[in-house]
Write a protein that binds this ligand. Structure first.
Ligand code: SF4
Length: 829
């Protein structure tokens, strides 16, 4: 049964068919790349984009996407007994060969189990034989996947670019082998570098719940070391990613400028599990940006890494990008800037592009606390940075802190609002007004960090400290946000959890848990019920661990020596700094072998002159106005008007149509639609005008049709004078065909005659609290029945309203009606 997309919020989440998506109806191996969150969150994830491109580039292998259905769609799937399927070919997940889940966040665990249930796949690996897809997890969550271990067949630790190809080839070969034995497949998988097969380890516990032993069950397979990609310069990168129809969380070109960070912030798991530092060259970055902008039509670039300001060539790279995109149409965002990297020159470069807000992360309020966490920035650094930012014209700075860090005292906590107030005062010093928004989250100790042994605040302690901060912030007139204490509590339980938590997970999902990372869906009572049903105390997992305790993830090797982590823990308590090994001596964390694996830092360089003379900027501008008629059919009919504008904005860029832009701070492509298109209505008669440079109508039609997705097509293109009247006031009437499945043709005929025999049929609408009246009879030019179809021509008014007026059908009864806009009648122009 097809999905009813009109009855759910944001149908574009489930449509598929976006530009850049790849559908391979025939494939030897079908892999579902599953992101356990809603579409707009998952689509923003770079890792999944990378794997999608790598796998789809292989012959015979199809990589498809699946996201967690939002509760409205989940209800529909359950009610209609429809199995969760991929977006590309609607293949039910149970019929794929591999399902690869991205493990980004502890609380998305419930979404994983929910998705398996929606796909009618047995949850536990032990209950799935070779006829079921192989279930694999990857991403940061794979460094302690123990709470998920019984549900997964394998996990991949570390960089995925090479490993996914090996895994895919291995499974493909196994599929065609004579003995399709799952155990054999797992054996083979365990031989792939970085692959962890949890069923090959047996965990034993002490009576008090601590792990007593992790027994390897396969000779020689005693620990799993993460996979390393020594160099990202030549690694595959998605320069032609999928362009979503709807707005996603990070709707822009994302270029990874570096992987790994060697700053050594002691709380930061990413800083340890992604080591060593591997930078991409500015030449390669520029090339990727150019290709990606061309292929996607995006107008924003995001330079990604754990700390983009640390990228060795950030200054020259920004200068080059600014020069290349001096027309202001492309914005550049740097989501992760470290306070110490904010030189006046860098701020000056950033100032030249759109100001998308500035976030600084001092992480802790006091100098002492920052020494404990090895943050390596002083109050003076922060205040100078803030002064420069305000002086450059920003009006608002977001400050990000953590509370509950190891050894935190009341004075350390008090220092957060005090520091934030000083930052705000910098705005006045810069000669203007400025805001500070303070965000404080609760520290959650993470595996593979020096703080993995430390305790986490209890729920009550967290709430008390949040109340304290709230009062202090209010007194200082600072905007303050904090993370929900209950979410941090549960995040902490699962971050350092063991396999026994699998029962709790399964239970809480049975009780209805899903989207637990979203405040509005998280329910602490439901979780406590699940813990109580399983006889486990969640608070026990927040405790301090003895440094000689066997940790549930000790057999998983992130490359960092445990002795190094212990030394770092001692140094934290001694408030001693550990220098960044990119600039100074190696601190012997254990990751590098200094042959294949070492920090790869690109050489500092002067400003590239590649883009200094932007020829385009000096070109004489030719203006032409093209009038296009286009169709929208199939799933494209579910797009909102804004989503359609977005689609054209991307398509003109991808198709190389020289679209002209409006002037001003936020230039927009100059096209205008005759009417706002209606969601759910198929059409052969949508009209738009676009202003372009040197390109004629035939060429524009061909260029656009080459890149537009299925379901949308330019049918006609003509050129009109630049000053031609806009289309909207020229519309006289619109023709529609309404198909009413199963409707009695004779009755319909009679109702048409009856309706046309009336002089008037007044509809009263309520719109934004205002009453509107419209005489539908007077607006109806033509009306006839053709079998179970209505053919009608109407001036003002909606086709569905007229259908209801003619037939007397109620909105619910009209849900199955298919509306097609067949043509538009214009006054002569
Ligand atoms: S081994 Fe040394 S150089 Fe390599 S990441 Fe660790 S501390 Fe830095």
């Amino acid at each position: 049964m097809p999905l009813d997309l009109l009855s759910v919020e944001k149908p574009a989440r489930y449509m598929g068919g976006e530009m850049g998506s790849v559908a391979k109806p025939k494939a030897d191996l079908r892999i579902a790349l599953a992101f356990p969150d809603v579409y707009e969150v998952g689509m923003s994830h770079l890792g999944l984009r990378i794997l999608y491109q790598i796998l789809n580039a292989l012959d015979g292998i199809a990589a498809e996407r699946v996201y967690t259905p939002w509760p409205d769609m989940a209800a529909q799937l359950a009610a209609e007994q429809i199995a969760l399927a991929t977006l590309e070919t609607s293949t039910p997940l149970a019929e794929t060969d591999i399902i690869g889940f991205t493990l980004q966040y502890e609380l998305s665990c419930t979404n994983i189990l929910t998705m398996l249930r929606q796909a009618a796949i047995p949850l536990r690996s032990a209950d799935r034989d070779q006829s079921w897809p192989l279930i694999i997890g990857g991403g940061p969550g794979a460094y302690n996947p123990e709470p998920l271990a019984p549900f997964f067949d394998a996990f991949l630790l570390g960089d995925g670019e090479e490993a996914v190809i090996e895994i895919a080839n291995l499974v493909r070969d196994w599929k065609t082998s004579d003995s399709r034995n799952k155990q054999e497949l797992l054996e083979k998988l365990s031989a792939v570098d970085g692959v962890y097969v949890p069923s090959f380890f047996k965990v034993e516990y002490h009576a008090d719940g601590r792990v007593a032993a992790v027994q390897p069950l396969k000779p020689g397979y005693t620990a799993v070391r993460r996979r390393f990609l020594p160099d990202i310069e030549s690694a595959a990168f998605p320069d032609s990613p999928i362009i979503p129809f709807m707005k996603t969380i990070h709707d822009r070109v994302a270029i990874e400028v570096a992987r790994g960070c060697t700053r050594g912030c002691r709380f930061c798991q990413a800083g340890y599990i992604y080591r060593p530092l591997r930078e991409r060259s500015p030449q390669r970055i520029s090339q990727l940006i150019e290709t990606s902008l061309k292929n996607t039509g995006y107008e924003e670039i995001s330079l990604l890494s754990l700390s983009t300001g640390d990228y060795s060539c950030i200054g020259p790279l920004l200068q080059e990008l600014m020069a290349r995109h001096a027309n202001g149409r492309v914005a550049i965002s740097l989501p992760s800037l470290r306070v110490g990297t904010l030189t006046a020159g860098l701020i000056d470069e950033i100032r030249k592009v759109r100001k998308t807000g500035f976030t600084l992360a001092p992480e802790a309020g006091s100098e002492r606390m920052r020494r404990v966490i090895n943050k390596g920035i002083t109050e003076q650094d922060l205040l100078e940075g803030a002064l420069n930012i305000y002086a450059a014209g920003w009006r608002s700075i977001k400050l990000y802190f953590m509370m509950g860090l190891p050894t935190e005292t009341r004075e350390d906590l008090q220092a957060i609002p005090e520091l934030a107030r000083q930052v705000k005062n910098q705005a006045r010093r810069s000669g203007g007004q400025g805001e500070v928004n303070v965000a404080v989250s609760t520290f959650v100790p993470k595996p593979h960090t020096p703080f993995q042994w430390q305790r986490q605040l209890s729920l009550d302690e967290t709430r008390e400290r949040q109340r304290f901060l709230k009062d202090e912030m209010r007194r200082r007139k600072l905007n303050f946000k904090y993370q929900d204490a209950e979410l941090s509590f549960m995040e902490g339980v699962f971050a350092r959890g063991d396999r026994r938590l699998a029962d709790v997970l399964q239970r809480v999902v049975e009780l209805g848990a899903c989207f637990d990372g979203w405040n509005e869906h998280f329910s602490l009572p439901r979780w406590l019920q699940a813990f109580s049903d399983c006889g486990i105390d969640p608070a026990w997992y927040l405790r301090e661990r003895s440094t000689d305790e066997l940790l549930p993830w000790d057999h998983l090797d992130a490359g960092i020596e445990k002795t190094f982590l212990l030394k770092e823990l001692e140094r934290a308590h001694a408030e001693a700094a550990t220098p960044d090994c990119r600039f100074g001596a190696c601190s012997n964390c254990g990751v590098c072998d200094f042959k294949r694996l070492a920090n790869r830092v690109v050489a500092q360089q002067e400003q590239s002159d590649a883009a200094q003379n932007d020829e385009k900027a000096t070109q004489e501008i030719i203006q032409r106005r093209l009038r296009l008629r286009f169709s929208k059919t199939d799933n494209i009919r579910y797009l909102s008007h804004l989503e359609l504008i977005n689609l054209f904005t991307r398509a003109v860029q991808r198709g190389g149509v020289p679209i002209l832009y409006s002037q001003g701070f936020h230039p927009h492509p100059r096209f205008s639609f005759a009417t706002a298109t209606s969601v759910g209505v198929e059409s052969q008669a949508e009209y738009m005008d676009m202003f372009v440079g040197a390109m004629g109508p035939d060429e524009a039609l061909a260029c656009l049709n080459q890149v537009l997705p299925d379901g949308i097509s330019i049918l006609e293109a003509t050129e009109v004078p630049l000053k031609a009247e806009s289309l909207s006031p020229l519309i006289e009437a619109t023709r529609y065909r309404i198909t009413l499945p199963g409707y009695d043709p004779e009755l319909l005929q009679k109702q048409c005659v009856q309706f046309m025999a009336q002089d008037s049929w007044v509809l009263v609408r309520q719109k934004k609290g205002q009453q509107q009246t419209i005489d539908l009879r007077q607006e109806t030019r033509e009306l006839s029945a053709n079998g179970s179809c209505l053919e009608l021509t109407i001036g003002r008014g909606k086709a569905i309203e007229l259908t209801a007026a003619v037939t007397g059908l109620l909105p619910d009864e009209l849900k199955t009606a298919q509306i097609q806009k067949t043509s538009v009648i214009f006054v002569a122009y």
